[in-house]
Design a protein around this ligand. Structure first.
Ligand SMILES: Nc1ncnc2c1ncn2[C@@H]1O[C@H](COP(=O)(O)OP(=O)(O)O)[C@@H](O)[C@H]1O
Ligand SMILES: [Mg+2]
Length: 254
């Protein structure tokens, strides 16, 4: 069995300081999709509300297992790194985050992430909060836009609204993609209640929602390509900088 090192693991962080925007919904549904594929999957829940952990506890035993780590519980008996340990064979790690995170938390949560998803609801207030969250990710957590780790999922949204086009313009200006638009659907409520994902529900019932969820997973699946491209881009930049320095030096000494 392979034993993925941290940098080889697909670590997906879902965050937005606004409660109720769909973080746990994304975490649980993406985890269920990976588990259904047969890939070892873990959910690390940093939110004291424990929605993902409760979902895992409700998960029927005959469905593919997902390992749960209740990171919001702090035990005096164990070291923090012991509490947060991920099984060695975990390929996909989904990180659920709390509403309201400090700058330090933000840096910690996003460290080694292969993808960062920000679910956004369409009201003006939600868009404002999401914009700040994205700005913090870029400026505080120093997420490099060239690495293309960051994407937005519009949640409970109708596309033809003024606030949605505002959000589109804002993200366009930053080069951040909106990879899916989830409609308001009881299917997500049922999936939360039953401890299952959309991929584990009758396809005829969930088809339009599944299509959007599949878009998200298809984008997440490009993480290794994105990482390789970012490494190549960085190397090309460093080499161009070195050439510049050499040229300047030659110019001066000529
Ligand atoms: N697209 C959606 N359609 C209907 N209900 C949704 C949708 N997304 C989330 N919900 C519901 O809204 C509530 C809040 O979502 P949740 O994922 O728990 O948000 P967060 O984790 O950001 O606080 C939950 O009850 C969830 O089932
Ligand atoms: Mg939540």
């Amino acid at each position: 069995m392979s034993n993925p090192q941290r940098e080889q693991r697909n670590k997906i962080v879902v965050l937005n300081p606004k409660g109720g925007c769909g973080k746990s919904t994304l975490v649980t549904n993406i985890a269920a999709c990976y588990a259904q594929r047969g890939a070892s999957t873990a959910v690390m829940d940093f939110d004291p509300q424990g929605s993902s952990t409760a979902w895992l506890n409700r998960r029927p035993q005959d469905l593919p297992e997902i390992h749960g780590i209740a990171a919001y519980k702090k035990s005096m008996q164990a070291t923090r790194s012991w509490q947060l340990r991920v099984p060695n064979d975990t390929l996909n790690l989904l990180v659920d985050s709390p509403a309201g995170v400090t700058h330090d938390d933000l840096r910690e949560l996003t460290r080694d992430a292969s993808s960062i998803l920000v679910p956004v609801m369409p009201s003006a207030m939600d868009i404002h909060a999401a914009s700040r969250c994205i700005a913090d990710l870029l400026l505080v957590a120093k997420v490099d836009r060239n690495e293309r780790k960051l994407a937005v999922v519009a949640n409970r949204t109708r596309k033809n609204t003024k606030s949605f086009s505002q959000l589109m313009r804002f993200l366009d200006s930053l080069g951040i993609p909106i990879i899916a638009v989830l409609r308001d659907s009881q299917n997500f409520v049922h999936s939360a209640e039953q401890g299952i994902g959309l991929h584990e529900m009758p396809p005829s019932r969930v088809a339009p929602d599944l299509e959007q969820l599949n878009r998200i997973v298809a984008w997440l699946d490009t993480w290794e390509e994105r990482r390789k491209r970012a490494v190549a881009l960085k190397a090309a930049r460093q080499s161009a900088n070195r050439d510049n320095v050499v040229q300047k030096h030659q110019f001066r000494s000529a």
